[in-house]
Design a protein around this ligand. Structure first.
Ligand code: FAD
Length: 444
């Protein structure tokens, strides 16, 4: 049997390697339109800032290593330009313009999502960059180096935008961050994002919120960014980071059902409406783990876990994806901020009845040197007390806390259940009553 995989990074590569571990005899071909496979997308901003010094360390696998270790036929610079679901064939276009067809028994679609490029006047300027892959990163680095860039502006205050802004600042570049919404980082409620904004500003980022870009104007070696408020930001380069949309244009006449914004629709086995055609990662809509509604959650953890499930289903294991919570974390200079599940804004929109708890415990025993507070907001269902979400920020211990809550939500815990958790404690690591226990005590 022959399995074709479209996209050779997070979801595609994990499907392929899992598939090979499960089944020796399958023919597995990966098509990747870019030059690299299995690279660390999440590390890209940190190489721009030289925090990750070695570029090669971002290249987790190569076509050669995947061939040698997993017997995978990896074809880079090979774009799948069409899928014929009825005849079970894909059409591939290589970098030098050749086209050919390949037939399949199973097809796996993991084409990911591409940066949004809105129709703003002047958007085609060569001073505007986006960051999705190794080539994008190389271009940004080369521009910074070769053109002696002194001023940069990031448009979009989501995870990638903020990580990029921080890393540009590490290079000594005068960095502006423009966000159209009143606050950065939509997964957080405003009382949390306020603190994160303060962290950006106190580290020298020129932060402009509630400011919408309406035009880019080239101006010699600079570019003027016109804002709706009438202000203008003058900068050397722009990194546009206002979100992503599924990279699924090639599926338009395939017979595969797509959602309104182009996401691939799948069932709980991650199978599309065509039998034997699976999809995963940033290109699909998943179920929200708590409400079962369709949502787009473009994160690496879900993509990797979905890869295992797709591989399992191809070999007949009937594995199900139960949904995503959107658990995410970010470092902003000295701070860590993380969230899981719903925030209050979304609960209000969904008209759900909830209670909230604010808490500011220390990350570990106060008497042990180096203790620092974690600011926590937790939300739970007013009626059945099921935990619905949490947000936290602090210098240390935020990752551990949010993972405990994400795990608890995963097992459908109530706020009371948190009082029973027995977590690893010694003074350098936690308090005898952990932040999660404290939430339980308050909620009881
Ligand atoms: P991708 O990993 O993007 O892979 C899709 C691949 O398919 C691409 O290489 C593309 O070239 C290829 N492709 C598309 N169409 C075709 C076609 N027609 N033919 C052939 N090939 C095609 N997530 C986190 O959870 N934490 C993080 O810290 C984090 N940081 C990030 C930082 C950056 C800068 C970026 C860009 C993303 C980050 N993400 C992070 C998101 C994470 O990388 C994605 O959720 C994940 O890679 C999705 O996997 P995927 O397989 O769906 O798509």
């Amino acid at each position: 049997k022959k399995v074709l995989i479209v996209g050779g990074v997070a979801g595609g590569a994990s499907t392929a390697t899992r598939l090979r571990r499960l089944e020796e005899n399958l023919e597995i071909i990966i098509f990747e339109k870019g030059e690299y496979v299995s690279f660390a997308n999440c590390g890209l901003p940190y190489h721009i800032g030289e925090v990750i010094e070695n570029r090669e360390s971002l290249l987790v696998q190569t076509p050669e290593s995947l061939k040698a270790r997993f017997n995978l036929d990896v074809r880079v610079n090979s774009e799948v330009i069409g899928v014929n679901g009825e005849d079970k064939k894909v059409k591939v276009k290589t970098k030098n313009g050749e086209e050919y067809e390949e037939n399949f028994d199973f097809l796996v679609l993991s084409p990911g999502a591409k940066p949004l490029f809105p129709p703003i006047k002047g958007i085609e300027s060569e001073r505007i960059f986006t960051l999705r892959n190794i080539n994008d990163m190389d271009k940004i680095k080369a521009k910074i180096k070769n053109s002696n860039i002194k001023k940069a502006t990031v448009v979009g205050g989501g995870y990638v935008g903020i990580e990029t802004a921080e890393n540009l600042k590490y290079l000594g570049i005068d960095t502006t961050l423009v966000e159209a919404a009143p606050h950065i980082l939509a997964p957080f409620d405003s009382e949390i994002s306020n603190v994160l904004e303060f962290e950006l500003i106190s580290n020298g980022i020129n932060l402009l919120t509630s400011e919408k870009v309406i035009e880019f104007q080239e101006n010699g070696n600079e570019i003027n960014i016109k804002l709706e408020s009438g202000k203008t930001v003058t900068t050397d380069i722009v990194i546009l980071s206002i979100g992503v949309s599924p990279d699924t244009k090639f599926l338009q006449n395939s017979g595969i059902t797509l959602g309104e914004r182009g996401h691939i629709l799948v069932n709980e086995n991650l199978e599309t409406n065509l039998k034997g055609v699976y999809a995963l990662g940033d290109s699909i809509l998943v179920k929200n783990y708590l409400t079962n509604q369709n949502v787009a959650i473009p994160l690496a953890g879900p993509a990797n876990r979905q890869g295992r499930i797709v591989a399992g289903n191809i070999v007949g294991r009937n594995e199900k994806y139960k949904g995503s919570l959107g658990t995410a974390i970010i470092k902003i200079f000295e701070l860590t901020a993380a969230s899981t599940g719903f925030n209050e804004r979304t609960l209000k929109q969904l008209n759900m009845s909830y209670e909230k708890i604010y808490l500011h415990p220390n990350n570990h025993a106060a008497y042990y040197p180096g203790a620092s507070p974690i600011s926590i907001k937790a939300l739970y269902n007013k009626e059945n007390k099921q935990i619905l979400g949490a947000q936290a920020l602090g210098i240390s211990g935020v990752d551990k806390f949010i993972d405990v809550i994400a795990t608890s939500i995963n097992f459908k815990a109530t706020i009371d259940d948190l009082s029973e958790l027995e977590l690893a404690y010694a003074p350098p690591f936690l308090s005898a009553k952990s932040p999660a226990n404290m939430l339980g005590f308050i909620g009881q």
